[in-house]
Ligand binder design. Structure first.
Ligand code: UDP
Length: 232
């Protein structure tokens, strides 16, 4: 599902250049780029700080997305250095919330759909890999705060929820919350280059703009489950 090189190149590199050039032409005051925790690859530093330079396999199936985003960050900083445009770089960690597309493909929406239909939840590997899930309202609050920081704050700044769960724990929580009859079905194999652990260090966001997420996973899942029920 990660092989869509043309679109990743289009959105991450051509799109970034288009945005920067448009911002320059229109005389925009500042521009934010929504980068990603994927720049850290399968991280050897845990939790991930912004200083960590990452562990991306440049030729793996995730590389086009990961390196595309890394390249997009370089374009932002080059544009800032050469044209003085005020840039704001945030790195978004796994985010979820109401109105996600049913066919989004990421783990939270997949599990909720499967649980609501009483189908098996498909877990890659043994479910021991971790992610830290941020509710969308918290993310948006962080983005707005980053945009309002002083001119000399460029980031990158991690935006994510530091409470870490295994994928197995997430599956169990979704099944319990939905009172589902679904069972957990393990593939036994991890996705190629799948990050085995992920947790943002959000010290910078706290210091720079007094931000930390307030919505815990259970409360956030409740909201997205209600939304999915209504739309199913
Ligand atoms: N995953 C899973 N079942 C799914 C979708 C994802 O077990 O239906 C796993 C996936 O292998 C990965 C984790 O959940 O280890 C998060 O995957 P997702 O695509 O949501 O986010 P990302 O890998 O980009 O952080």
């Amino acid at each position: 599902s990660y092989i869509a090189p043309d679109s990743y190149v289009d959105t991450n590199i051509k799109g970034t250049l288009n945005v920067l050039n448009a911002a320059g032409k229109e005389g925009c005051e500042k521009v934010v780029i929504t980068s990603t925790s994927e720049v850290y690859g399968d991280p050897e530093v845990h939790p991930q700080t912004e200083e960590y330079r990452g562990n991306v396999n440049t030729i793996g199936p995730r590389a086009c997305y990961d390196e595309g985003k890394r390249c997009a960050e370089t374009l932002f900083f080059d544009y800032h250095r050469s044209h003085g445009l005020e840039i704001k770089v945030i790195r978004i960690f796994n985010t979820y919330g109401p109105r996600m597309a049913f066919n989004d493909g990421r783990v939270v929406s997949n599990f909720i759909l499967q649980a609501l239909k009483n189908e098996d939840l498909y877990i890659d590997g043994d479910g021991s890999q971790t992610r830290s899930f941020c509710y969308v309202d918290d993310l948006v609050d962080g983005m707005v705060r980053m945009m309002n920081t002083p001119k000399d704050v460029h980031g990158p700044v991690n935006i994510g929820n530091p409470t870490e769960f295994t994928i197995k724990q997430l599956a169990e929580q979704v099944v319990a919350l939905t009172n589902s009859k679904s069972e957990l079905n393990y593939s036994g194999e991890f996705r190629e280059d799948d990050p085995m652990q992920r947790q943002p260090d959000i010290t910078k966001a706290k210091e720079l703009f007094d931000w930390e997420p307030v919505v815990e996973l259970e409360a956030g899942l409740d909201k997205i489950v209600e939304d999915f029920k209504g739309r199913l």
